[in-house]
Design a protein around this ligand. Structure first.
Ligand code: TEU
Ligand code: CA
Length: 540
């Protein structure tokens, strides 16, 4: 529906552990975010996606929730949260929380009860099965571990975890469990939050028979746990019991979504409002994400075009806390000039499409991947597990190449605020190292430089916020076969904006139909686009 607030604002994703530390313990916190609210307002974003801040043992950096209604101690208190929410709303910035309800922490009181005995009232809040001939109930592997099952001596059964053994999957087939989740969501809504990002929401319904995947050994089998029929029933129930009647939104992290099944969850507004698809995030991985292949512009155009046509309203993003830094991955860091220009070009290419833009902290200053060299620099369970298995299998070099190019810690190094020690993130020892390039790449110096990526982001956000064409216009891909240029037209009420981006490290001639009143540009030299140059024009 035109006019929904979540269609007219840029979202800014905050990974609180790495955003701003306020008490010198080296860990970002809620008071630290409060210190930076004026920066967010200055930038022009209209909503914040706050990664999990709930009580957690941090096996997966907060994506293993121990108490859905208690703030993680190192992040602060519920009073700090209330102050943050108030501070955002005073600045007309909405807040959506990250909700992880496919699984909880194994330290959640429900799981502690559930594993006590088979007759416990909470037993069926999780997915327990007998083993088969002393082995796991089926051959599923998980995202983070060889097997998706762990054995519990106490009750001599196995429990399912699609992620780590400290993240047992909740049993959405259990009505009482669902109701407890819905009640919790409503209590957060009653506190005034404006919506939720739903973590791996597309896998909450499993094939009840839990059948084996096809293959030998442990097999990743999303055909048995992604986009299952019951998913739609659970999402509709959630919509009716939690979202209906509120001016709110929910965006699903819909792993395994595609252009064919996407409308089944966002088509009629009775389930999700928005979804994150991962076709772009997956396009530079051959088989597994760790096997990086070069960026393919024609593939990129095909994906963008397909998604702009498949659903009415997309999310637009280049990264998040699970992905490497976009300028290192899709732009160029061959020189400072190319890092700056390519970061701007990526923003123009993505955030002027039809949909809601989601920025990830630090992309607005062109933060880059981190030059990791040692295991003790890593914090992410996904990379640490990969390295441990690779060391066992003699594939350490392969693993390190993958971690350096795609490891999630690349996106989790502290926000670079200025050129003081630890980039102004903390007066203590940061929980993860700060990227050594912070003296040159930081908010303070970028604010002083009108040609900086940061000032460009602010200009681009203002342009889109003020443009009916860029908000509501339709999308038409131009120059589909061009080997260097990604060009498209947005048209609304017979007025058009042209966007033309050079994704290559060579010069590219500008097609004349792109010429017109220049709204944004960098590296546009007459009828030529320099490497990673781009131009945004309003049709005459
Ligand atoms: O991510 C879901 C997910 O699939 C990720 O594991 C992602 O695909 C992968 O890391 C890319 O390499 C969500 C959260 O965003 C992630 O941080 C959590 O680790 C995960 O769920 C479990 O909650
Ligand atoms: Ca702190």
């Amino acid at each position: 529906m035109k006019g929904s607030w979540w269609k007219e604002r840029f979202f800014y994703q905050i990974y609180p552990r790495s955003f701003q530390d306020s008490n010198g313990d080296g860990i970002g916190d809620l008071k630290g975010i409060i210190q930076r609210l004026d920066y967010l307002k200055w930038l022009g974003v209209g909503a914040v996606w706050l990664c999990p801040v709930y009580d957690s043992p941090n096996a997966d950096m907060g994506y293993d929730i121990r108490d859905y209604e208690k703030i993680m101690e190192e992040f602060g208190t519920m009073e700090d949260f209330d102050e943050l929410l108030e501070g955002l709303h005073q600045r007309d910035i909405k807040l959506i929380m990250d909700l992880v309800v496919n699984h909880s922490s194994d330290e959640h009181k429900w799981f502690i009860e559930s594993r006590k005995d088979k007759l416990n009232p909470y037993r069926d809040y999780y997915i327990w099965r007998d083993g088969k001939d002393g082995h796991e109930p089926n051959n599923w592997s998980s995202f983070f571990t060889p097997s998706a099952w762990s054995y519990d001596e106490q009750t001599e059964q196995w429990y399912l975890h699609l992620f780590s053994e400290k993240q047992p999957d909740l049993n959405w087939a259990n009505e009482n469990m669902r109701q407890d989740i819905f009640d919790m969501i409503n209590r957060w809504f009653d506190k005034g939050v404006d919506g939720f990002r739903m973590d791996v929401i597309s896998v909450i319904a499993k094939n009840p028979a839990l059948p084996d995947g096809v293959g030998d050994g442990y097999v990743f089998a999303p055909e048995h746990f992604a986009f299952q029929p019951k998913l739609h029933e659970y999402l509709r129930e959630m919509r009716q019991k939690c979202f209906d009647g509120r001016n709110c939104m929910c965006v699903g992290e819909t792993s395994f979504v595609n252009t064919c099944n996407a409308n089944s969850v966002v088509g009629d507004g009775r389930e999700l409002d928005l979804l994150f698809q991962f076709d772009i995030m997956d396009m530079d991985g051959a088989g597994s994400k760790w096997d990086t292949i070069p960026f393919d512009l024609s593939k990129f155009k095909e994906i963008i075009s397909a998604w702009q046509q498949a659903i009415d309203w997309n999310t637009l993003f280049w990264g998040n806390h699970d992905q490497p830094r976009s300028v290192s991955r899709f732009g160029s860091t061959a020189s400072e000039e190319l890092r700056i220009r390519s970061a701007k070009m990526l923003a123009a290419a993505m955030y002027l499409l039809r949909g809601t833009p989601f920025l990830y902290q630090g992309e607005e200053i062109g933060m880059t991947n981190m030059p990791f060299e040692r295991k003790d620099q890593l914090r992410d369970i996904e990379s640490l597990n990969l390295l441990r298995e690779a060391e066992r299998d003699g594939r350490t070099t392969w693993a390190w190449n993958g971690i350096r190019s795609k490891g999630r810690d690349n996106a989790r190094t502290p926000m670079q605020w200025d050129d003081t020690p630890n980039a102004g993130f903390t007066s203590g020892t940061p929980w993860i190292e700060v990227n050594p390039n912070y003296p040159a790449i930081n908010v303070a110096s970028a604010m002083e430089d009108k040609e900086s990526i940061l000032c460009f982001y602010r200009e681009l956000i203002a342009l889109r916020n003020a443009s009916e064409i860029l908000k509501w216009g339709d999308f038409e891909l131009l120059l589909p076969e061009h080997p260097q240029l990604f060009a498209y037209r947005r048209t609304y009420e017979n007025k058009s904006v042209f966007i033309c981006c050079n994704f290559s490290d060579g010069d590219a001639a500008l097609p004349e139909e792109v010429l017109g009143e220049i709204l944004l540009a960098d590296g546009a030299l007459g009828s030529n686009l320099a490497p990673y140059g781009f131009i945004v024009t309003a049709a005459q």
